[in-house]
Unconditional design. Structure first.
Lengths: 605, 187
C-alpha cells in the first residue's frame, strides 16, 4: 500500500495513524451495531404497541367476547410468528375454576388434527399444563417445549401434531381469569419477555369485553323480567276489566229479575205463589251479593276501591248487626252475644260500610261453622287509634297452616268448600281492612275458641251524623212530576215503572239517547234519568247534545247506571250530568233525588 | 462506565497533551481504545487508563481524576451546550446535577448508572453534597465541580468532609463559592 519507502519517523507516524483509524472504525461499527439494535428494539416496541392498540380498539367495539378472542388470537399469531392459537373459556359455574375449549382455533393444521381433537375433550383445572398454569398464576406463561412438560395432558398429541414451544395468557376481570389464550409453534424457542409483558397488559383489555358482555346479559335479563311483569300486570288489569264488564252485564238482567219479583210480591198471591216469589227473591239477592263481591274484589285488586268516610255511631251499628242476625242465630239454636269493652257511644268517622261488611262477613262465617247449642260472641274494644272487633265462634277453627292463606282470593280450606262459600268473603274483608288502615287475622282466644279479628282506624267525628232515619214512605215526591227516563232495556224500564208507579209521577220512556232528545224537543220535563250504555246514541253523547242545544229547560239530568268507576263518573260530569244514581236502584236515593227536584214553570218558554 | 466518559477523557487528553499521548495511554493500559458514546465499557478500562496516566504524569489516581473532571467541563460544554443553557451560575449548575444533568444523560443513554448526589444547604450557606457511588470517584466529582467553577469564573472552595477512601461509608463534600452572598438553597 505504501509505495515510497518511508523514513523511520514517518513509518512510525503511519503506524500510529493506522492504529488510530482502526480504533475509529471499530468505534463506528460498534456505534452502528448499538444504534441498529436500538432501532430494532424501537421497531419491536412499536409493533407491540400497534398490536396492543388494535386489540384494545377491537375489544372496545366488539360485543361478543368470543369474537374479540378470535381477533386477538389471529393478530397475536401474526405478530409472534406462532402458527397455532386456541382459546379456553373458564366455566362460570365451576369452583374451583376450570376451563373447556371455546372451539376458537387459528391454525393451518386440518381441524381434525390430534392436538385439537384431544383439546376438545379436556377440562383443565389449576396448574394442569400450560393453560392450567396461566389459570393458576393469572398471568402470561411461556414454555420452551411442550413435549418436555411432565404435567401436560397433551404431550402425545403435541408430538403427533409437531408442536413444541408455546405461550399463553389470561383474559382477566380484576384478578380472575375468565379465559386463557394459548399459542404454539413447531420449534423450540426461548421466552420473549417483552411479548409476555405485553400480553399481561392485553389481559385486562380482553377481560373488559367479557365484563361488558356479562353486564349487558344481566341488563337484558332484567329487561325481560320487567317485560314479563308488565305483561302479567296487563293480564291482571284485563282480568279486572273483564270481571267488571261481565258483572255489569249479568247485573242488568238480574236487576230486572229482582225488581219484577219485588213487584210480583206486592200483587195478591196465594201463599204458595208467595213462597215461590220469596225463593226467587232470596236466590236473586244471593246471586246479586256474589256478583257484588266479585266486582268489589276486582276493584280492590285493581286498587280502585277507596274508603268512603262518614260520621256514625259504632255502638249503634254493632247493635243493629246483632239484631239483624239474632233471628237467624235463634233459628239455628246459636246464642249470639255482643260484648263492648271501653267503647263509648258517640260519633266517630270511618268507612261504615266496610266495617259493617267485614263484620257481617265474619258473623256469617261464624254462623256457618258454629254447631247448634254453641255460642257466637261479637266483642268490640277500643284501641289507641280505633277499634278492634272480634268474632268468637263455636266452630272447629282454622288450622294454623291455613291462617294466612284464607285471606287470599279464591283460597279456601276444605271446611270452607264444604260450607259452600265462593272463597271471596275473607279476601274482601282483608281488602276492606287494608283500606281502613287496620289488620285482620284469625287465631284462638284464651279459652281456645276460634277467633277472627280485625282492627280499624277511627277518627273523631266532624259535624253531625250522616245516619238517616228516612224511609221511602217518609219521602214526599210531588205527584205529577214529569220524568223522562232513557233506558234501552225493557226489563229495567218495567222496574222503574213498578217502583215509581205508586208515587203518581208522569213517567215517559225513551229507548236510546236519540229518542230522549226527540222527546225533549217535543215536550217539557222536570227530571231526566239517563242510562249510560244504549244503542243508537249512548247516554254521555245524549247529555252532551242536550247541553249543547239547551234542551233540558232547567231539568236536572242524572245518570242511572252500574258503571260508576271514578273515570266513568268524571266522564259523566264532564258531559254535563248533574248527578249519578247507581244500579241496582237504591230506592231511598232515587226518592230523595226526585223529592228535591225544583218546580219548573209549566208553560213552554 | 458510559462511553461518553471515555470520549471526554480522550478529548481532554488530546487537547491538553496531543493525540500521541492518548495513543501512548491506550497502549500502556492495554485497552481496545475504540469507544463510542452509545456503548458501555467495563470500569476496569477507565481505571487502567487512569493508572497509565498516573504513571506517565507521576500523579496519584485522585489527582488524575480531579484533573480530568476539571478539564472535561469545557469539552462537555461544547458537546452538550444545552446542559449549560439557562443555568445562571456555578452553584445552580451543581445543584441541578441530579435533576437536570443526569436526567438528560438518562434520556440519551437509557440504563445509565449515574451516581446519586444528596444535596442540602448547611446553616453556614455552604452546599453540602453526599456522594453515593460504588466507583470511589469522588476526586472526579471534585474535578467536575471545580471545572464548572472555572467555566462560570466563580472560584469554589471544595472540602472533603468525609471520604469512602478513608473508611467512611460514603463521601461528603462541602462547597463554598467565593464572594457568594448568604442564600437559601432548595437542595
Amino acid at each position: 500500500m505504501i509505495r515510497d519507502l518511508p523514513t523511520d519517523a514517518s513509518s512510525e507516524e503511519i503506524r500510529r495513524l493506522q492504529r488510530r483509524l482502526d480504533r475509529e472504525r471499530a468505534a463506528r461499527f460498534e456505534a452502528e451495531a448499538i444504534a441498529e439494535a436500538g432501532t430494532l428494539r424501537l421497531f419491536e416496541h412499536q409493533r407491540r404497541l400497534e398490536l396492543t392498540q388494535a386489540i384494545a380498539t377491537a375489544a372496545n367495539s366488539m360485543e361478543d367476547p368470543l369474537e374479540a378472542f378470535r381477533f386477538a388470537v389471529e393478530r397475536i399469531c401474526a405478530h409472534s410468528g406462532f402458527t397455532m392459537g386456541h382459546v379456553w373459556t373458564v366455566d362460570e359455574a365451576s369452583s374451583p375454576a376450570s376451563m373447556t375449549s371455546s372451539g376458537i382455533w387459528f391454525t393451518a393444521l386440518p381441524p381434525d388434527n390430534a392436538f385439537a381433537l384431544q383439546t376438545a375433550t379436556l377440562r383443565i383445572g389449576h396448574g394442569e399444563g400450560l393453560p392450567g398454569r396461566v389459570l393458576a398464576a393469572g398471568r402470561a406463561v411461556w414454555t420452551e417445549d411442550i413435549t418436555q412438560e411432565p404435567d401436560c395432558p397433551r404431550v402425545e398429541a403435541a408430538r403427533l401434531a409437531g408442536i413444541r414451544a408455546g405461550f399463553a395468557f389470561p383474559a382477566l376481570i380484576g384478578e380472575e381469569p375468565v379465559a386463557v389464550l394459548e399459542f404454539f409453534q413447531s420449534r423450540i424457542s426461548v421466552p420473549d419477555d417483552a411479548l409476555l409483558e405485553m400480553l399481561d397488559r392485553i389481559a385486562a383489555v380482553l377481560g373488559r369485553v367479557v365484563e361488558r358482555h356479562l353486564a349487558s346479559l344481566r341488563l337484558k335479563r332484567n329487561n325481560e323480567l320487567a317485560a314479563q311483569r308488565d305483561a302479567a300486570e296487563q293480564a291482571s288489569e284485563a282480568k279486572s276489566a273483564f270481571l267488571a264488564t261481565t258483572s255489569h252485564e249479568v247485573r242488568t238482567p238480574l236487576n230486572a229479575v229482582l225488581g219484577l219479583a219485588q213487584a210480583l210480591r206486592r200483587e195478591r198471591l196465594t201463599p204458595r205463589q208467595q213462597e215461590l216469589t220469596d225463593g226467587i227473591l232470596d236466590s236473586g239477592q244471593m246471586l246479586m251479593r256474589l256478583l257484588n263481591s266479585v266486582l268489589e274484589m276486582s276493584k280492590i285488586e285493581a286498587g280502585e276501591a277507596k274508603p268512603v268516610l262518614a260520621n256514625f255511631d259504632l255502638t249503634n251499628t254493632l247493635r243493629s248487626i246483632v239484631s239483624i242476625w239474632t233471628p237467624r242465630a235463634d233459628e239455628l239454636c246459636i246464642d249470639l252475644e255482643l260484648e263492648m269493652i271501653g267503647l263509648a257511644p258517640g260519633l266517630v268517622r270511618s268507612d261504615r260500610g266496610r266495617i259493617e261488611q267485614t263484620l257481617v262477613n265474619l258473623v256469617s262465617n261464624a254462623v256457618k261453622f258454629t254447631p247448634p247449642g254453641a255460642a257466637i260472641t261479637i266483642r268490640a274494644m277500643s284501641t289507641e287509634h280505633g277499634a278492634r272487633l272480634e268474632v268468637l265462634d263455636g266452630g272447629p277453627g282454622v288450622p294454623e297452616a291455613d291462617r294466612e292463606r284464607i285471606f287470599r282470593p279464591f283460597e279456601q280450606t276444605q271446611d270452607g268448600r264444604s260450607a259452600g262459600g265462593a272463597g271471596l268473603g275473607l279476601s274482601i274483608c282483608a281488602g276492606n281492612v287494608r283500606l281502613l288502615s287496620g289488620e285482620i287475622g284469625c287465631d284462638r282466644d284464651e279459652l281456645g275458641r276460634s277467633r277472627f279479628w280485625f282492627t280499624c282506624a277511627l277518627s273523631p267525628s266532624q259535624g253531625d251524623a250522616d245516619d238517616s232515619t228516612e224511609t221511602v214512605e217518609t219521602i214526599k215526591i210531588r205527584p205529577g212530576l214529569r220524568i223522562l227516563a232513557a233506558e234501552d232495556n225493557l226489563a229495567n224500564r218495567r222496574v222503574l215503572q213498578v217502583l215509581l208507579g205508586p208515587s203518581e209521577v208522569d213517567l215517559t220512556f225513551a229507548e236510546d239517547g236519540a229518542q230522549a232528545i226527540e222527546a225533549l224537543r217535543a215536550g217539557r220535563f222536570d227530571f231526566i234519568l239517563m242510562d249510560a250504555n244504549m244503542p243508537v246514541m249512548d247516554g254521555v253523547e245524549a247529555i252532551r247534545q242536550i247541553r249543547a242545544e239547551d234542551l233540558a229547560g232547567g231539568a236536572p239530568i242524572h245518570m242511572l247506571t252500574a258503571n260508576v268507576f271514578d273515570d266513568d263518573v268524571t266522564r259523566y260530569l264532564a258531559a254535563g250530568a248533574d248527578g249519578i244514581l247507581t244500579k241496582p236502584i237504591q230506592l231511598i236515593e232515587l226518592f230523595r233525588v226526585l223529592a228535591s227536584v225544583p218546580v219548573l214553570a209549566r208553560a213552554a218558554a | 462506565m458510559k462511553g461518553v466518559v471515555f470520549n471526554l477523557l480522550e478529548e481532554s487528553v488530546t487537547r491538553s497533551f496531543g493525540p500521541n499521548v492518548w495513543d501512548d495511554l491506550i497502549e500502556a493500559s492495554g485497552v481496545s481504545g475504540a469507544y463510542t458514546s452509545l456503548g458501555n465499557y467495563p470500569d476496569e478500562e477507565i481505571e487502567a487508563l487512569v493508572a497509565a496516566a498516573s504513571a506517565a504524569l507521576s500523579l496519584d489516581r485522585n489527582a488524575v481524576l480531579r484533573w480530568f473532571g476539571h478539564t472535561a467541563i469545557p469539552v462537555l460544554a461544547e458537546l452538550y451546550p444545552s446542559f449549560f443553557e439557562g443555568v445562571a451560575d456555578a452553584r445552580t449548575f451543581v445543584e441541578g446535577v441530579n435533576n437536570i444533568i443526569h436526567a438528560e444523560v438518562r434520556k440519551l443513554y437509557p440504563g445509565a448508572a449515574c451516581p446519586h448526589f444528596r444535596l442540602h444547604a448547611a446553616p453556614s450557606g455552604d452546599l453540602v453534597m453526599d456522594y453515593l457511588s460504588a466507583r470511589e470517584m469522588c476526586a472526579l466529582a471534585q474535578g467536575f465541580v471545580e471545572g464548572v467553577a472555572a467555566w462560570y469564573m466563580q472560584p469554589v472552595e471544595f472540602r472533603h468532609l468525609q471520604c469512602k477512601q478513608h473508611g467512611h461509608d460514603h463521601c461528603t463534600f462541602a462547597m463554598t463559592w467565593a464572594g457568594e452572598a448568604q442564600r437559601s438553597v432548595a437542595a
